[in-house]
Design a protein around this ligand. Structure first.
Ligand SMILES: [Zn+2]
Length: 333
C-alpha cells in the first residue's frame, strides 16, 4: 500500500515537471523576435496572409525612389554607396520604409553590393525592370528571384509577369511596380521596338492594372521605367513611341484617380502635371550622374500626411554637403 502511494506521487511529480518544461519552452519561443532580413539577404519565404501580419496603413511611412544607377566597376559601387548613405538623412520624414530602384541598375549585382555596403542595408529594396534589364535575361532573372523574399505582401501581376509586375502597400500608399517590358505572354524581358527600346503596355497588363487600381482607396502610385511624357532625353522612344498606347494608359490613370506616376530612363529629374496626374522622374544617382543628363544625384520621396500625398525630390548642389530640394508637390484630394 505504502509503495503504491509512493509510485503515484512520483508520477504526479513527473507530469508536473513535464508541464513546467513545456510552459518554459513555449515562453522562450514566444519572446524571441523573428529576425528581420535586409531584402537582399532574406531567406526565401512565400508571402501569404497567413504569414505576414496585417500591414500598417497609418500615414507617415516613406518610400525613396532611386533613378538609373548603372554601376559597372568597384569605383562605381563606391560612388553609389556614398549616395545611398544620403537616402535616410535627406528623407523629409527622417525615415525610409522601402526603396524602389527605377530600372537600369545594370549591373544589378553591383547595385546590390552598394546597398549592402550602405546605411540602407536593412531597408526593403525593390527593382523595376528597365530597358537595360530587358536586354539581359540574367538580370531579369535576379529580379524575378527576389519576389518571394519581400517582407511587404505582394499581389502578383498577370501570369507571365507575375514576379516582375506586382502591387503592394507601404502604409496608405498603394504602389504598382509595372514591368513595361513584357510581351503579354511568357517573356517579361522583352524589347518591342529595337535592341535597346521597347516600353509598351499590352492589354493584359492594362486589364490587370485596371482591376488592381479599382480595389483600393489608398493613395495610388505607379512606378515604371519609361516615362509617358519624357523631357529632354528619349523623347519619342519611351512610352510615347506609341501614342495611342501611351494615351490609353494616361486615361486609365485619370479614370482610376492615380495620384502619381514615377519613371526613370531620361536621367532628368522633375515633376509635371498631366490633366491632374503627377508624373515624376527620378533622374540619376551614383555613377549615372556623369553629365549625360543631370550632372548631380537625385533622391525622390513620397510620404503621406492626414490628407495629402507629398512628393519631394532632393538633389546634390553640387554635393550632398549642400543639398537642395528640387521640387515638392503636395497632392490633396
Ligand atoms: Zn533606360
Amino acid at each position: 500500500m505504502k509503495i503504491k502511494k509512493h509510485k503515484i506521487n512520483i508520477n504526479i511529480i513527473l507530469i508536473i515537471i513535464s508541464i513546467i518544461i513545456l510552459l518554459i519552452a513555449f515562453y522562450i519561443t514566444s519572446i524571441i523576435p523573428i529576425e528581420m532580413c535586409s531584402g537582399n539577404d532574406c531567406p526565401t519565404q512565400t508571402p501569404s496572409s497567413g504569414v505576414i501580419p496585417a500591414q500598417d496603413k497609418s500615414p507617415g511611412l516613406t518610400i525613396a525612389y532611386i533613378g538609373d544607377a548603372e554601376p559597372e566597376s568597384s569605383s562605381d559601387v563606391k560612388e553609389l554607396t556614398k549616395d545611398l548613405n544620403q537616402v535616410i538623412p535627406q528623407s523629409p520624414t527622417g525615415r525610409v520604409d522601402a526603396i524602389f530602384f527605377m530600372g537600369d541598375m545594370t549591373k544589378i549585382s553591383l547595385t546590390i553590393k552598394a546597398v549592402e555596403s550602405s546605411d540602407v542595408n536593412n531597408v526593403p529594396v525593390y527593382f523595376v525592370i528597365g530597358n537595360h534589364e530587358a536586354q539581359s535575361s540574367d538580370e531579369t532573372a535576379i529580379i524575378r528571384g527576389r519576389y518571394s523574399a519581400s517582407i511587404f505582401l505582394l499581389n502578383p501581376g498577370p501570369p507571365g509577369t507575375d514576379k516582375t509586375t506586382y502591387s503592394m502597400n507601404v502604409g496608405n500608399m498603394h504602389v504598382i511596380n509595372m514591368n513595361e517590358y513584357w510581351n503579354g505572354a511568357t517573356d517579361d524581358s522583352y524589347l518591342k521596338y529595337s535592341s535597346t527600346d521597347g516600353g509598351y503596355i499590352p492589354d493584359t497588363l492594362y486589364d490587370w492594372m485596371s482591376a488592381d487600381l479599382s480595389k483600393t482607396s489608398d493613395w495610388k502610385i505607379v512606378v515604371g521605367h519609361d516615362p509617358l511624357y519624357p523631357k529632354s532625353k528619349h523623347v519619342g522612344n519611351s512610352l510615347d513611341a506609341n501614342k495611342a498606347n501611351r494615351d490609353k494608359l494616361q486615361a486609365l490613370f485619370e479614370s482610376k484617380n492615380v495620384d502619381l506616376f514615377i519613371g526613370g530612363h531620361t536621367h532628368n529629374a522633375g515633376v509635371q502635371n498631366v490633366r491632374g496626374v503627377y508624373h515624376a522622374n527620378t533622374g540619376v544617382i551614383g555613377p549615372g550622374a556623369d553629365g549625360s543628363g543631370d550632372g548631380v544625384a537625385s533622391i525622390s520621396y513620397t510620404y503621406t500626411t492626414a490628407n495629402s500625398l507629398i512628393v519631394t525630390i532632393k538633389q546634390e548642389d553640387p554635393t550632398w554637403s549642400t543639398p537642395r530640394t528640387l521640387i515638392t508637390k503636395t497632392i490633396s484630394r
